[in-house]
Design a protein around this ligand. Structure first.
Ligand SMILES: Cc1cc2nc3c(=O)[nH]c(=O)nc-3n(C[C@H](O)[C@H](O)[C@H](O)COP(=O)(O)OP(=O)(O)OC[C@H]3O[C@@H](n4cnc5c(N)ncnc54)[C@H](O)[C@@H]3O)c2cc1C
Length: 353
């Protein structure tokens, strides 16, 4: 047995994506007594609603007049708690392999650390939305060699970052918070660069940033990175071009890039599943992909009439769970349809009795 197989975790179902549809998939699987492990490249659950519009109200969920993206996430997590799903956060699904016994093996790669997990299941549910959210990286060829050493895509702890010149790239909340924390630490010479001298952050942070600049504890450069300089093993400078194209060389010891997150379909595109315009083609009876035992639900899938709405994704998750039953439990008779409002069995599963 290879190391990968020895360390593999066996489960009934693997769900890729802890967005709203992946979470609801866990619920529907739980009602059918299937245990699920859930993988997400982000450090927490919620997908787009939690990541992109946590404080915005959603008005088109059935029977709920309004709820924010974060409230929806919290409610879905509470709803699936009785089924005790196992989450693997900060893990991007990388490779897919069919095992000789017909099960699927998914291996992950840790996004910000070393290591990954290997999961084996009869059924795989891909609820990967528009893809794995990953930091928007600098598009400077070769600079990735310094990632994790002098180039960071997450805000470092000011106390952990060796004293020196820190150059921060970005114009949002995270970039500003990082620039403020490093400037206030007194151990770093801070430069923040962004396309323009305007920030998407709350007014308190913006006021604090301007105060630090006025006090001479931080500086700002408007422009975009165009090149970098290295000396031997060290990254020593970034070149920044302003709107007129004039170049400025900024010496640095640490480069922290906080330009937000962008979804990338990534490795799933290479899994030999039928795709239509970068989405997984499915049927509308079981939301099955072109591979047996692999289902796709939510924003990642496509079929005639597809609408990328939460309510559609939830419907798909319910039918995918039922459609996967023969794969999940071969030979077991399909249970009758039961209602959570009246079934003692389902209420027991939900921990209500
Ligand atoms: C601003 C905005 C407002 C919206 N408002 C509404 C609304 O009012 N009503 C409505 O119905 N819809 C709305 N939507 C659409 C709705 O958010 C999406 O339809 C919904 O989030 C889709 O859910 P999902 O679970 O399929 O995907 P997502 O929410 O995208 O979640 C997918 C998850 O999969 C993870 N993932 C992807 N690939 C991998 C991988 N390889 N490995 C590990 N993890 C992976 C991602 O990190 C992510 O967490 C809105 C969308 C946006 C952007």
């Amino acid at each position: 047995m290879s190391d990968a197989l020895a360390a593999a975790i066996d489960t009934d179902a693997v769900v890729i994506g802890a967005g709203p549809v992946g979470l609801y998939q866990v619920f529907q699987l739980g009602l059918l007594e299937a245990r699920a492990h859930v993988i997400d490249s982000l450090p927490r659950a919620g997908g787009q609603p939690a990541q992109l519009y946590p404080d915005k109200p959603i008005y088109d969920l059935p029977g709920i007049a309004a709820c924010t993206g974060q409230q929806l996430t919290d409610a879905l997590l509470a709803q699936i708690a009785p089924f005790e799903p196992v989450f693997h956060f900060g893990q991007e699904a990388q490779t897919l392999r069919r095992l000789p016994d017909g099960r699927w093996q998914v291996a992950t790669r840790a996004v910000h650390a070393l290591g990954g997990v290997t999961l084996r299941a009869r059924a795989l549910f891909i609820a990967a939305g528009t893809g794995a959210f990953a930091p928007r990286r600098l598009k400077l060829s070769g600079i990735q060699a310094w990632e994790g050493r002098q180039l960071f895509y997450r805000p470092p702890d000011a106390a952990d970052l060796p004293a020196g010149r820190a150059l921060i790239v970005g114009g949002g909340e995270a970039a500003l918070a990082c620039a403020i924390a490093l400037a206030e630490s007194g151990r770093h010479t801070v430069t923040l660069t962004h396309r323009r001298d305007a920030f998407q952050a709350d007014s308190t942070a913006i006021a604090r940033w301007h105060a630090l600049r006025t006090e001479g504890r931080a500086q700002f450069i408007a422009g975009q990175p165009t090149d970098f300089e290295a000396e031997g093993e060290r990254l020593v400078a970034l070149h920044i071009a302003d709107h007129q194209g004039a170049q400025q060389r900024v010496a640095l010891d640490a480069l922290i890039v906080l330009q937000g997150l962008a979804p990338q379909l990534g490795p799933i595109a290479d899994w030999n599943l039928a795709l239509e315009r970068k989405q997984l083609a499915v049927d509308t009876e079981r939301f099955a992909t072109s591979a047996p035992g692999i289902f796709a639900v939510g924003d990642i899938n496509t079929y005639p009439g597809k609408k990328k709405l939460l309510v559609c994704g939830f419907h798909e998750a319910a039918l995918a769970a039922w459609g996967a039953l023969p794969t999940l439990f071969p030979g077991r008779a399909e249970p009758p349809l039961q209602y959570t409002s009246s079934s003692a069995h389902l209420q027991t599963l939900l921990g209500l009795r």
